[in-house]
Write a protein that binds this ligand. Structure first.
Ligand SMILES: [Zn+2]
Length: 493
């Protein structure tokens, strides 16, 4: 008789500083699939569920796909929305004949109105339904806020090994293999966790760069035939919940105490080098002067003006006008493409038509906490509603709708892309798709923390990380945490 594994995937990264709460509709926009649809619609994609299902089938298991729902990062999920999403999965689970194991693909930083650790709540509810005997394997995003609670209900927990993330399917397959090994051997494969009160900016969580690289190398040095996975969870820092920090999990067949010893040794090392996780920030006006001066000296550098503090992939609105305002003030007298979410501006540009002149106040239309609207005037270059076809390695081939959009030439080198939905500006395909050739720009404006390093890989000469406040700011010490446990580095030194 073949081994029966149920698979559930429910993924959203919550940012508690987002301007608005997440809803059922945010998931619906990306597709909520139950039963066979969860399998059919995910097949071939670089997702945990696709990787898990394909590995399980390759081992002749009977896979029971239960659900797949994913939403773009955003605010706290409402209780009713959470219930509407997850209740059908629980009902399917309870109606199933005997299972051998359950695979749960979760983000690890989902927060609902009532649950600060909603992923742990999901695992607890599944555990309550299936009893204590059936093993559960969980996968998480590297940005998960893992706590001991989830490991009271899950046997195995592992996360992505990459950032920018490119190993979603591999992580699903790896967890599936661990789950089958656990069932086959009968020897307990288990996960231990060590967590430290440390937050680090997303900009310095890049696994292949220092200081993360030495942590990853240290972790890898412990891997053996009894230490099967070590995952680093530097946590996405924009969540304000009591138990917040950098976690390390170690999964293997050793005794729990021995696994815990390894996790603690690695987290001790992270604590020791915590001062190295610093991000150098540049004031927008200074960044503009630097590019201008470079151009005068005749160097043809390609710069990324990185507004990581307003990154939609981290749950921000993408409507801060802070950089555009400085560019307007400065000239800028070099070729720069910028982007901004502003639905009214798109309508006004549409009314003017291609070639028409517009005078507009743009920006701060969704989240006015961080910037003021800025006055621009210019000529409408292009209008459209075609989605962006991503070509960077992160989500290669995926289409992202930015709603309706317009490009406006403000003169002196400044071109603004306005759209009704956030543009995936971490990928050069965004500007290319609206008719702007990235090779002709001296600088591009990107709203992302790290994804752009995969999107613009080898295209840029320098990254200027801008010192601008926002809901995904790297200046963690300035963020107004109210519920997180203290002391917490770097808030308390
Ligand atoms: Zn992530």
């Amino acid at each position: 008789m073949s081994i029966k594994i149920a698979v559930i995937s429910l993924i959203q990264e919550t940012n508690t500083f987002s301007a608005k709460n997440a809803t059922y509709e945010d998931f619906k926009m990306q597709g909520i699939w139950y039963g066979q649809e969860a399998d059919l619609n995910s097949r071939g994609s670089n997702t945990e569920i696709a990787g898990a299902i394909s590995y399980l089938r390759s081992q002749s298991c009977e896979v029971i796909p239960i659900m797949r729902a994913w939403a773009m990062s955003g605010g706290i999920l409402g209780d009713d929305d959470f219930r509407a999403l997850f209740q059908p999965a629980l009902e399917m689970l309870v109606s199933l004949p005997a299972l051998d194991g359950v695979m749960l693909n979760l983000h690890g930083a989902l927060i609902t109105q009532s649950h600060d650790y909603a992923d742990a709540e999901i695992v607890a509810r599944v555990r309550a339904l299936i009893g204590e005997e059936i093993p559960i394997a969980v996968t998480h995003d590297l940005h998960a806020n893992v706590t001991g609670e989830i490991l009271e209900h899950a046997d195995i927990l592992i996360g992505y090994q990459t950032y920018p993330h490119i190993d979603q399917a591999d992580t699903g397959a790896k967890a599936a293999k661990l789950l089958l090994d656990l069932l086959a051997v009968g020897a307990p494969i288990q996960t231990a966790i060590s967590k430290i009160p440390l937050l680090i900016p997303a900009e310095v969580q890049i696994i292949k760069s220092e200081p993360m690289l030495q942590v990853r190398n240290l972790a890898d040095s412990y891997l053996s035939d009894r230490v099967l996975d070590i995952s680093l969870f530097p946590v996405q820092p924009w969540i304000d919940v009591p138990e917040l920090g950098f976690a390390v999990t170690v999964t293997g067949t050793l005794a729990k105490l021995e696994l815990l010893k390894i996790a603690t040794e690695i987290s001790d090392k992270i604590w020791e080098i915590k001062e190295q996780f610093e991000v150098g920030l540049v004031k927008p006006a200074d960044a503009i002067v630097r590019i201008k001066k470079g151009n005068e000296k005749g160097r043809s550098k390609f710069s990324i003006l990185l507004q990581s503090s307003d990154a939609p992939p981290g749950g921000a609105a993408g409507d801060s006008a802070a950089l555009i305002s400085e560019l307007v003030k400065a000239g800028p007298d070099f070729n720069v493409y910028t982007n901004l979410v502003d639905a009214n501006a798109v309508v006004a540009a549409g009314n003017a038509g291609i070639g028409g002149e517009v005078e507009l106040l743009i920006g701060a239309s969704l989240d006015p906490r961080w910037s003021k609207p800025v006055f621009i005037s210019g000529k409408v270059l292009n209008l459209g509603s075609t989605p962006i076809l991503l070509k960077g390695i992160v989500m290669n081939g995926q289409e992202v709708s930015i709603g309706n959009w317009a490009t406006i030439d403000c003169g002196r080198g400044l071109i603004v892309l306005v759209s009704t939905e956030p543009a995936p500006s971490f990928d050069p395909a965004t500007y290319e798709s609206v008719g702007l050739q990235v090779s002709k720009a001296d600088a591009v404006h990107v709203r992302s923390c790290a994804l752009f390093r995969a999107g613009y890989v080898e295209l840029f000469d320098e990254v200027l990380i801008l010192d601008i406040p926002g809901p995904t700011s790297p200046a963690l010490a300035k963020i107004d945490y109210r519920r997180a446990q203290r002391p917490l580095f770097p808030l308390d030194r």
